[in-house]
Design a protein around this ligand. Structure first.
Ligand code: G6P
Length: 608
């Protein structure tokens, strides 16, 4: 995720910003930059790649100033490069930005028509231009930022400097974290406490819609209409390690809790609910996967499970046959793939060696290649015809969580898009599905509030030496993912089966020691699953279930039932996997395991 720091005060800001950026590096980034107010102008240095590159640049071409901004960028709009790195400068302004400007194409066209020229591919640069457009002697600095932000749809944490006001910074927030740290004769703005903890523990957390006008000795906060607002000053006690995890004990838990926001980001600008349409980028739309006679999905690990779920949804909605393969199998079996087929590679990192090898086979055989990926411009996107980016931001916990649910969200948008183009669903159906998908973040928030009670259930289960996970239809890939999460971080053996397969083998394992985790919200296969569970119960098995609200049958045979709201089937996988992520996390944590870096596992597997 991108990181922001801004400073105004009496000290030389470059050193402060540079070390703040160092503190933000843990979040992952692909480029970095610093801009300062200097001699009535703005001066900036930016570099592609690691911070060391920026520091070397600053050594060769030093910057000096008392007011400045810095940024570590993780690409979402525009590939990682020096020209796309922040800060972005236009006229008298320079800005850094985290988030996504939803209406950036529209604004860009408008500005081009008024003669603006752009030097980057980013959505951020638009905002610098807009601020310049609105800047007059009357608006002043903060007023120009406010006027510009009224035009912007999307999410942002923005910090700006202006050559005419070399002792001021302006910071604004909408759905992307931003805070102000109060010093003595100096003040800071940052996306993240870790960036400023060395200087201050007195923090103002900005709220959505806040615009803060920050000088060395004063901070004034207004809302988007210019009305003053008051925000409390809090004193934080976190050490640097807690600050990096935003107070969560592990990155994995932080990332589990980030999922509602990340899914919102995946949807941002891509859902045209009124029209029942998906707004895909041109390259992806032009691939016309809906015309393929078959789709082949290839992935590894958690991404493979997302692919399996994609098969259910694409086949159901768009009626295109979908095959899903584990990459390490696919690459060595001389697969059948033709120019009429569409090939989808799913990879969080975009670097997985087996998945990349399969992509090359598909390329040789002439099929169209779409990737679903989280890291812009990584190897797999670069080798693809188009990429649908998941926008989960960097995932640090080795066990994948938010990358998975944003992959699901991406696949569902693609499925709805294919289905609309093939007219296998009506605009009304699409509206209903999109409306349901929009409710996912809200339902996830509600489930996250029950994390402590999931921990109590975990406490009762952690001595088990093996688990069985069961699910049917869209819940089968979720069962696989739940079992994988548990294995990865708790080191407890777990396997998953389609519920209907239980009688063909796994039933022999059932005794009073084996927890059977069954995912059975109300859907077309609910009754079938219920009878499978009677078989488990009859053999004394321990049933932990995930059920729909209002189900009074399954909780009766369960040792514990996790409840999800009554919702469309397309929403259910997001909610059931959330319980399974929490369950695995709490079991592993209670066992005292290294949750973020489980033994023997790597985040990115770039070798065969
Ligand atoms: C490793 C990671 C998994 C991940 C898999 C595929 O095994 O530990 O979390 O699902 O690789 O990675 P990818 O980056 O291609 O999604």
């Amino acid at each position: 995720m991108c990181g922001i720091i801004g400073y105004t005060g009496n000290r030389d800001c470059v050193q402060i910003i540079q070390s703040g950026l160092g503190r933000l590096a843990y979040r992952g980034y692909d480029s970095a930059g610093i801009a300062v107010c200097s001699n009535g102008d703005i001066d900036l240095r930016r570099s592609h790649g690691k911070l060391e590159n920026l520091i070397a640049r600053l050594t060769r071409e030093p910057l000096r100033g008392h007011t400045g901004i810095g940024h570590t960028r993780w690409a979402t709009h525009g590939r990682p490069s020096e020209s796309n790195a922040h800060p972005h400068r236009y006229g008298k302004f320079a800005i850094v930005h985290n988030g996504i400007i939803e209406n950036f194409l529209e604004l860009r066209q408008e500005l081009i028509a008024r003669g603006h020229e752009f030097s980057s591919e980013t959505d951020t640069e638009i905002v610098a231009h807009l601020i310049s457009e609105y800047y007059t002697p009357d608006t002043g600095f903060a007023g120009a930022v406010r006027a510009a932000l009224r035009r912007v749809r999307g999410s942002y944490a923005i910090v700006a400097i202006c050559a005419d006001f070399p002792d001021e910074i302006v910071a604004a927030r909408l759905q992307s974290p931003l805070l102000i740290a109060l010093g003595d004769g100096e003040n800071f703005a940052a996306s993240d406490i870790a960036a400023v903890l060395a200087h201050s523990r007195r923090i103002i957390f900005l709220e959505d819609g806040d615009i803060a006008h920050i000088k060395a000795d004063t901070v004034e906060i207004q809302d988007i209409t210019g009305q003053p607002v008051q925000r409390p000053v809090k004193t934080v006690q976190w050490d640097i390690s807690a600050a990096e995890k935003q107070g969560y004990p592990h990155y994995m838990l932080k990332e589990i809790f980030e999922q509602p926001q990340k899914i919102t980001d995946t949807f941002r600008g891509r859902i045209l609910e009124d029209e029942g349409q998906i707004n895909l980028d041109e390259k992806t739309a032009n691939l016309e996967f809906e015309k393929c006679s078959r789709i082949q999905i290839v992935a590894c690990g958690t991404s493979y499970h997302a692919g399996l779920l994609g098969k259910y949804i694409i086949e159901k909605l768009a009626r295109i046959p979908v095959d899903v393969d584990v990459a390490s199998e696919y690459r060595y079996r001389n697969p059948i793939i033709t120019p009429q087929d569409g090939f989808i590679a799913i990879s969080q990192s975009g670097e997985t060696a087996d998945t990349y090898a399969c992509l090359k086979i598909a390329r040789e055989r002439g099929s169209k290649i779409l990737s679903i990926c989280n890291v812009m411009d990584s190897t797999i996107p670069r080798a693809s015809d188009a990429t649908f980016y998941t926008r989960a931001d960097p995932e640090i916990g080795v066990a994948s969580t938010k990358a998975f649910t944003t992959q699901l969200a991406s696949l569902m948008l693609l499925a709805i898009h294919f289905a609309r183009r093939r007219q296998t669903i009506t605009a009304g159906d699409a509206r209903q599905l999109l409306n349901a998908l929009r409710s996912v973040p809200h339902h996830m928030e509600t489930i996250l509030e029950t994390s402590d009670s999931v921990r109590s259930v975990a406490q009762k289960l952690l001595r088990a030496s093996s688990f069985l996970y069961l699910g049917r239809n869209v819940h089968y890939p979720i069962a696989l993912e739940g079992a994988l999460k548990l294995k990865e971080i708790s080191y407890i053996h777990a396997e998953a089966y389609p519920s209907g397969e239980m009688k063909h083998g796994p039933i022999a394992l059932i005794d009073e020691k084996l927890p059977v985790v069954v995912i059975a919200p109300k859907n077309a296969t609910y009754e079938k699953t219920l009878s499978n569970l009677q078989e488990v119960k009859a053999r004394g098995g321990r049933i932990i279930s995930i059920v729909s609200e209002g189900d009074d049958m399954l909780p009766r045979v369960s040792e514990h039932a996790f409840v999800i709201p009554d919702c469309e089937e397309i929403v259910q996988p997001f909610l059931s996997v959330l319980y399974l992520q929490l369950l695995a996390y709490h079991i592993a944590d209670l066992l005292g395991n290294d949750v973020d870096q489980p033994r023997n596992l790597a985040k990115s597997v770039t070798v065969e």
